[in-house]
Design a protein. Structure first.
Length: 208
C-alpha cells in the first residue's frame, strides 16, 4: 500500500490537471489556481528538507577531513552567519548592515564570477564549433559572421543589406530550428508526464 498510494495520488492529480485544461469553466480555473498555490506550499515545505540535506552532507564531509573539509567548514560558517544576520527584516533592507554587506561584497561578486566563467565557456565552445571542418560548420561560421556584423557600424547601403539578411536569418531558418526544438521538448515532456501518471516512471519515490 505504501507504494500504490503515491502512484494513485499522482495518477488522479495528473488526470485532473489534464482534464481541467480542456474544460472552459470557472470551477476548472479554480482547480488550476488552487493547484498552483498548493505547489508553492509544497515548495516552501520542501525548503527545510533541502537545507537539512545540504547541511547533513556538508557536516559529514567536514568530519571526514581531506581537501573538502575546509570548504565544508566555510559553507557551515556562512550558513550560520546568514541565518543570524537575517533574523530581522530591517537588517536586510537597511544599508550597511551585516546581511547587506554579505550580499553586496560576497554573494554578488560570487555570482559575477560564475557568470564571467560562463562567458569564457561559451566563447570556448563557440571557437570549437566554428572550426571549418565540414560544410555545416562552414555554414555556421558564415551565418555567425553575418549576424555579428549587425553590431558593426557599416556604411550604407551595406548596413541595410546586412540588417535585412540578419532579420531573414532570425525569422526563417533560426525560427524553424527553434520551433523544431520546442516541439521536440514538448513531445518529450508529454511522454515523460504520461510515464509518471501511469506509474512507469517512479523516480519521485526514490526508485530508478
Amino acid at each position: 500500500m505504501s507504494k500504490q498510494l503515491p502512484i494513485l495520488i499522482v495518477f488522479v492529480a495528473g488526470i485532473i490537471m489534464i482534464a481541467q485544461y480542456f474544460i472552459p469553466h470557472a470551477a476548472s480555473e479554480f482547480v488550476f489556481t488552487y493547484a498552483n498555490d498548493f505547489v508553492i506550499v509544497i515548495g516552501i515545505m520542501a525548503l527545510p528538507l533541502g537545507i537539512y540535506s545540504l547541511m547533513n552532507q556538508t557536516v559529514k564531509r567536514a568530519g571526514r577531513g581531506g581537501g573538502e573539509a575546509f570548504y565544508s567548514f566555510v559553507t557551515i560558517a556562512g550558513f550560520a552567519i546568514m541565518i543570524v544576520a537575517g533574523l530581522r527584516r530591517e537588517w536586510f533592507t537597511t544599508p550597511g548592515t551585516l546581511l547587506q554587506n554579505f550580499f553586496n561584497y560576497i554573494v554578488i561578486p560570487c555570482q559575477a564570477t560564475l557568470f564571467s566563467m560562463l562567458a569564457f565557456y561559451i566563447a570556448s565552445a563557440a571557437y570549437r564549433a566554428f572550426r571549418v571542418r565540414t560544410v555545416l560548420a562552414s555554414i555556421l561560421l558564415i551565418t555567425a559572421f553575418v549576424v555579428m556584423l549587425r553590431i558593426v557600424p557599416l556604411p550604407d547601403p551595406l548596413a541595410s543589406w546586412n540588417n535585412e539578411l540578419v532579420r531573414w536569418i532570425l525569422a526563417v531558418p533560426n525560427m524553424a530550428a527553434k520551433r523544431a526544438i520546442i516541439i521536440g521538448v514538448g513531445l518529450g515532456a508529454i511522454a515523460y508526464s504520461m510515464k509518471i501518471i501511469l506509474g512507469i516512471e517512479r523516480g519521485y519515490m526514490g526508485r530508478g
